[in-house]
Design a protein around this ligand. Structure first.
Ligand code: HEC
Length: 232
């Protein structure tokens, strides 16, 4: 009887232990399942390990200066003209002379004669058969126009016959324009104020303002002192 009881109790104990184990195992499985579920879900929503995610986020737009970047903006034509000489331009013109003559009365070649071209009407040299794009363009060859044209002829005048890729350096474009200007044109140079000069002018204006403010403060102090003395 007692024996049986004991056995019963032990079997019961074993059974209880088994239940406990099963329950615990159940919770562990449940937790593991939850964890897996969460990681799948979060993976779906956040794409942390997406192989399609680019190394670098966002994209760089060429030609756009980053705000506050250290890179100085490209200089202006007016500034470039202060850095070059007619002789520099004569050297650059070697690239043009295969198609263009520049002396007065020079023959048209593959391209028109370029004597006195600066300031002249676009596409108007007599005896040269221009592309319709250039013939109908209108306007004159000023410093900025010549710079834009020589940078990328095909973009400046669509359908141009001038098969020349362009001069990528602004100094080269300025130099060759300066050289052409010395060959029968004589346009005056665009005005250029160096940035340093502008900055120092602003700085001295600031100093003047500060001095003025200090003076008026001094005045105010003097007045209040005088009032105090008068009251005493
Ligand atoms: C491969 C030949 C070739 C080369 C090299 C070339 N040009 Fe030309 N250029 C032409 C032709 C052709 C035209 C006429 C374009 C048209 O009608 O569309 C032209 C037109 C021009 C014009 C306009 C003339 C006008 O009457 O309005 C200028 C300015 C000019 N070229 C400057 C230059 C300069 C400066 C260089 C050198 C940096 C150069 N070209 C190099 C062939 C050339």
């Amino acid at each position: 009887m007692t024996d049986q009881h004991d056995t019963d109790a032990s079997t019961q104990g074993q059974e209880a232990g088994g239940d406990l184990f099963n329950t615990a195992a159940g919770w562990v499985l449940f937790a593991a399942g939850l964890g897996l579920g969460f990681s799948i879900l979060s993976g779906k929503y956040f794409h942390g390990d997406d192989p399609q995610r680019p190394e670098q986020l966002g994209y760089v737009i060429e030609g756009v200066e980053e705000a506050g970047g250290d890179k100085p903006a490209e200089m202006t034509v007016a500034e470039a003209l202060t850095l070059v000489s007619v002789e520099d331009g004569a050297k650059v013109f070697a690239k043009c002379s295969a198609c263009h003559s520049i002396e007065a009365g020079g023959a048209n070649g593959v391209g028109p004669n370029l004597h006195a071209i600066m300031g002249a009407n676009v596409g108007a040299k007599p005896g040269f058969s221009y592309s319709s794009g250039m013939a109908n363009h209108g306007g004159q060859w000023g410093w900025d126009e010549m710079d834009a044209w020589l940078k990328r002829p095909a973009t400046y005048i669509e359908g141009t016959k001038m098969s020349f890729a362009g001069l990528s350096k602004i100094e080269d474009r300025a130099a060759v324009a300066l050289y052409m200007n010395s060959e029968g044109s004589g346009l005056s140079l665009p005005e250029f104020t160096p940035v340093e000069e502008v900055a120092s002018e602003e700085a001295s204006a600031d100093t003047a303002a500060v001095e003025e403010a200090e003076t008026s403060q001094d005045d105010a102090e003097a007045t209040s002192q005088a009032t105090a003395e008068a009251e005493a």
